[in-house]
Design a binder for this molecule. Sequence first.
Ligand SMILES: Cc1ncc(C[n+]2csc(CCOP(=O)(O)OP(=O)(O)O)c2C)c(N)n1
Ligand SMILES: [Mg+2]
Length: 633
Amino acid sequence: MTERLTVAQALVRFLAAQHVERDGVRHRFFAGCLGIFGHGNVAGLGQALQQHHDLLPYHPARNEQAMVHVASGYARQRNRLGAFACTSSVGPGATNMVTGAALATVNRLPVLLLPGDTFASRAPHPVLQQLEAPHDGTVSVNDCFRPVCRYFDRIARPEQLFDAALAALRVLTDPAETGAVCLALPEDVQAEVVEVPAAFLAERTWTVYRRPPAPDALARAARLLRGARRPLVVAGGGVVYAEATAALRAFADATGIPVAETQAGRGALPSAHPAALGAIGATGTPAANRLAREADVVLGVGTRWSDFTTASKSAFQDPGVRFVNVNVAGLDAAKQSGLAVEADARLALDALRDALDGHRADPAWSTRAADEAAAWDAEVRALYNAGHGPLPSQAEVIGAVNDAAGERDVVVCAAGSMPGDLHKLWRTTDPDGKGYHVEYGYSCMGYEIPGAMGVKLAAPGRTVFAMVGDGSYLMLPGELATAVAERIELVVVLVQNHGYASIGALSRSVGGAGYGTHYRVAGNGGLPVDDGGAYDPVPVDLAANAESLGARVLRATGIGELREALRTATAHVGGPVVVHVETDRYAGVPSYESWWDVPVAAVGGDAGVRAARAEYDEARRRQRAYLDPAPDA
Ligand SMILES: Cc1ncc(C[n+]2csc(CCOP(=O)(O)OP(=O)(O)O)c2C)c(N)n1
Ligand SMILES: [Mg+2]
């Protein structure tokens, strides 16, 4: 049995019929389609979406990059068991999605991209917005998606749809392979007829099986952990995605092994747990970084070992340190010359706990972890209540938002100085680890508002706080209008410090005096010396900007007013609220016994640059290669 449909109609009906299942729980995979129409998709996919709006809801967006961020935020909050499709026109609409694709792929989040493409027939070429490549007739701008997607296909003939669509779904629903997937759709092919077999349109379920650890690998990992004198767990995003937070808690309780967390893994073990050391690495707590320095066996669970996690490979200094990597992805399991345990995080943690059979870490080591964690907690309290003036510090703003957030509420952030401060300071409470959502794989300015919209669509029962710097806000504020149109309730905390405080501080640390990191009148953004705070900011009014997009805006001066505004904002229904607060850009949270490899000019520059280079050379001496293989016996 077949049906005569356009390629676009067949695709929309296929997407609506896809389901995903894990642990016996089954639901639809696609929540809907986000999009912006142009000549490359309005007639083909646009017609199909209109005809089948009851099967696959369509949400018009304002910027193609931002709509892919909405999809990423959604997929992450759904632990990768749900996704959005995103459709764009040809040309600029399509390339606007490339950054979103990279973010999704770097963070291993499923999003399906459906850019229009130029004519497969080539009859009217060159069409509006077409890139002409004199050397290659098969190239279009959509080839930019190849390096940033986990699967790329171009449907040049209608019958290719069946094979391409199934390949796309296999990758999207595989936790080890997932990321952005791109099906480029030439605009003529979208509207062409294809005989569609009924089986292609039938309900289909993609089961995510939990992969158990190989018995040999498990036995070796258990032996290593038994022999460890100073073991440490590093929990990454994989713990949360695998819904393994309860297993992690049980593992920590049974073994007394302290737990540090990456950005994506933050909240895997709630802050109040005695084994919780919080953030590790370049933006880590002194508690985690001190224990990491001495750890001899490090059990990384669901982490990709980014430079921020390893403090650019300086975090672990024990000369004999060895790694055990539990990961669904072979790429990550093999890192740091670790013992690769390619497995689901929950099954592996449960199996390791069983294999350790009551074995506990040295009580002195566990007690030390609890003492360090308690000392750090006191430091957080002090930073939250610093009473800095006349403008408050960013840490105090974070403290006020943390206090306003309920146990299951979510904080979202991505770039600037806030991700590091949140990593250190945010007190996590949600037992499922879904309360902390900092996109730090791609750390993409502009993610905060659209990413938070995706979170809210995935978790309507939670209050979602998007913490966004002024620089990040200016990059991509337009989706606020979409949040207004779609009545997506968000609390956006807009932290105005008149420029790039994070990069300014980084610049000063490399002897650069904050060059080019202030927004200034007279176009002098790159003043030669730091002005120590007496700067003359550009008179932009971002609160008025947000208001103009239809958001409710609350202007807070100081922490008292901020707390009041947050109370009002969290009670607001029916759309986004923006709380605008100004902070002191120079009142930063320090880095605690850590380092980030940012190379300093080896020649040239002034005395400041030379001093920074000397410091850099010194720090590089602590960088390790982690080439020693884990012993296999
Ligand atoms: C799209 C993008 N461009 C550039 C960067 C590099 N970058 C990281 S943070 C930052 C400044 C962010 O400014 P703001 O949002 O005001 O936060 P603040 O640093 O002031 O806390 C820049 C330019 C980035 N992460 N993403
Ligand atoms: Mg700023």
